[in-house]
Design a protein around this ligand. Structure first.
Ligand code: ZN
Length: 215
């Protein structure tokens, strides 16, 4: 019964992500259903099965081709509406179904690091702190709560950071490789693979980020 309830929530989350896309074609709806039900491989969640002619906007941040959701991304984030909606569904599932699990912090840091907005004082600091979060989690194994404490202290000195030119989207995993996991364990594993892929994309700046984090 519990599993059934979870399945229902999954369906609801996917339905929200694609609520605008549902108005396209029946074939599109079939593809969505198939992807929702098959959580065994990450590839099956990619929207590549959508019919030719369907509008799939490449996200400027991560490059994922996702049906336009009609959502309005946060202006500080360089994301397509479809990608932003998929991220929102992942967060909703974490908050709701899984009660804010430890993987949440890594999810937020990874999405932000993959979708940096335009250079500004605020975005420079924001991207820096999210990249430091990735570094601490992935290379130092720091617990999420401790990461928040450490980055919280760094907020006091925004002049410590410079804008880092983001890597172009070039085959990294995306939020679309995360959606659709059947269990929290699988979800967490997917987020971690995605996070490692995004962290690797920032390799040119790793030394700077490590220095910011105090080594
Ligand atoms: Zn994106």
């Amino acid at each position: 019964m519990k599993a059934k309830a979870k399945g229902g929530e999954r369906r609801k989350a996917a339905g929200t992500a694609l609520h605008e896309a549902e108005a396209t074609t029946a074939a599109d709806e079939d593809a969505t259903t198939a992807a929702d039900e098959d959580a065994t491989t990450v590839e099956d969640d990619a929207p590549a099965a959508a019919p030719s002619g369907a509008r799939l906007d490449a996200c400027p941040g991560c490059g994922a081709r996702v049906p336009d959701s009609g959502a309005t991304p946060n202006p500080e984030v360089n994301a397509s509406p479809g990608c932003w909606a998929a991220y929102g569904d992942v967060l909703a599932r974490q908050y709701g179904e899984w009660g804010n699990p430890p993987i949440h912090r890594l999810t937020v840091d990874t999405y932000a690091a993959q979708h940096p907005g335009k250079p500004s004082r605020k975005s420079t600091q924001s991207v820096a702190l999210h990249l430091i979060g990735l570094y601490l989690a992935l290379e130092r194994g720091t617990e999420p709560r401790r990461i928040s404490q450490e980055t919280g202290r760094m907020v006091a000195d925004p002049s410590a950071f410079q804008w880092l030119e983001p890597p172009p989207p070039a085959g990294q995993l995306t939020i679309m490789d995360v959606v659709g996991a059947a269990t929290l364990k699988e979800h967490s594993a997917r987020v971690r693979r995605w996070a490692l892929s995004v962290w690797e994309a920032w390799a040119d700046h790793h030394d700077t980020i490590r220095r910011w984090a105090g080594g």
